[in-house]
Design a protein around this ligand. Structure first.
Ligand code: ADP
Ligand code: MG
Length: 386
């Protein structure tokens, strides 16, 4: 941290109260494309974060420096406009707008942004960035906001200002994540519980395919609409049901046959995935990692053939991971069409798995992946910058 603090001081001066707002990225163990259907997810915050070193300023201006892009941007809180030229600034601006809509006047600041969450890899650097920015703004304003409200307003910033229709999972776990645990979230009402993940027993490997296919965001919006339609059609049998979450697996088996082929596939994934999350949580609590791995493998198969959001690189990565000794299961994680897979492995095997998997993935695709073990980490916080 001291190197970025030096950069901050060189750029913005060394005086005053300099603080650090950190928010972690996340990886989702199981429960994919369920959040916007009001379903269940089981993510964990990872030990890689977006870091904003900041100091409040009293003139309502926000001066940003991105270490990554080596660009500066200054804007006034009273006059916020979306930037096409420097899209990274929109995450901060969107959060400022969302705070104002909540009746909170964000405080001005000098801010230096750095971080170790890989961008666009499905580890949700965008949510981490929003949460880190929101924490900095509210500290500068000298107010407090309940964590759940904070998560929702960050999501709104991304949905409305940035224009990406993400669910609530990423912002939520970036705030509520805890060391040594995954977070089971019911996306219907945001009730949640911690599920211990003992890192002396298991290791979580993030396997970045290093590809990102353009289809992602357009297909995401199409899937959301298909799910809404499927839920509406099935609701003929169950008045009051609004989201796919409102249907059990038995109900799907009864009524799913009336849906068109595509809608049936989408609904089968979402409703089946919700059931798999519940099963995986029970298995985790028993320490039955073989069973957790099996659910992860089923989740991948379902995302691949029913939800159709995987790609060849994610399929190769997951399939090769499963073949390696010590690996309980592997699946794509995040929205799909590239990004990362996640593997659950016996603790102690991670180095061997990472090197063998790197080699096999590169042989099959010609692309060098990035594979690393991560630990379930604490959620976002502000601390003195040292
Ligand atoms: P993901 O959330 O999967 O990482 P997104 O496309 O949703 O991918 O968000 C990535 C965007 O977030 C980047 O293009 C950039 O604009 C912004 N971003 C994330 N982390 C940083 C960072 N450390 N510095 C500057 N911008 C960042
Ligand atoms: Mg994102």
């Amino acid at each position: 941290m001291s190197r970025t603090l030096d950069q901050f001081k060189a750029r913005f001066g060394a005086s005053g109260d300099i603080r650090l707002s950190r928010a972690p990225g996340r990886v989702n163990l199981i429960g994919e494309h369920t959040d916007y259907n009001g379903g269940f997810v089981l993510p964990l915050a990872i030990d890689r974060s977006v870091d904003i070193i900041f100091r409040p300023r009293g003139d309502g201006k926000v001066r940003l420096w991105s270490v990554l892009y080596e660009r500066e941007e200054t804007f006034e809180l009273g006059r916020i406009e979306k930037s096409d030229d420097q899209p990274w600034t929109n995450y901060v601006k969107g959060v400022a707008v969302a705070l104002r809509e909540e009746g909170v006047r964000p405080g001005g600041m000098d801010a230096l942004i750095s971080g170790a969450v890989p961008l666009g890899a499905g580890l949700s650097s965008s949510a981490a960035f929003e949460v880190a920015a929101a924490q900095a703004f509210i500290q500068c304003a000298g107010v407090e906001i309940e964590p759940e409200r904070l998560a929702r307003l960050c999501q709104r910033a991304e949905n409305e200002f940035v224009g990406v229709k993400c669910g609530i999972m990423d912002q939520f776990v970036s705030i509520f994540g805890r060391r040594g645990a995954a977070v089971l979230i019911d996306c219907m009402d945001l009730s949640h519980e911690l599920v211990p993940l003992d890192d002396r027993a298991v290791s979580i490997l993030i396997c970045n395919t290093m590809v990102r296919h353009e289809l992602g965001s357009s297909q995401y919006n199409i899937r959301r609409r298909q799910c809404e339609t499927a839920a509406r059609e099935m609701a003929r049998h169950k008045p009051g049901a609004k989201l796919l979450r409102d249907f059990t697996w038995d109900e799907f088996e009864q009524w799913g046959g009336e849906l068109s082929t595509t809608l049936r596939m989408r609904a089968r994934h979402v409703i089946g995935e919700n059931r798999r999350v519940g099963q995986a949580v029970q298995s985790l609590r028993r320490g039955d990692y073989e069973a957790v791995g099996a659910r992860m493998n089923e989740s991948h198969a379902s995302l691949q053939s029913d939800y159709e959001v995987s790609c060849i690189e994610l399929d190769v990565m997951s399939a090769e991971a499963r073949k390696l000794p010590g690996v309980y299961g592997a699946r794509m994680t995040g929205g799909g069409f590239g990004g990362c897979a996640v593997a659950l492995a016996r603790a102690g095997t991670e180095a061997d798995v990472a090197s063998a998997l790197s080699q096999r993935y590169e042989e099959a695709t010609g692309i060098k992946p990035e594979i690393y073990a991560c630990r379930p980490a604490e959620g976002a916080r502000v601390e003195p910058a040292t």
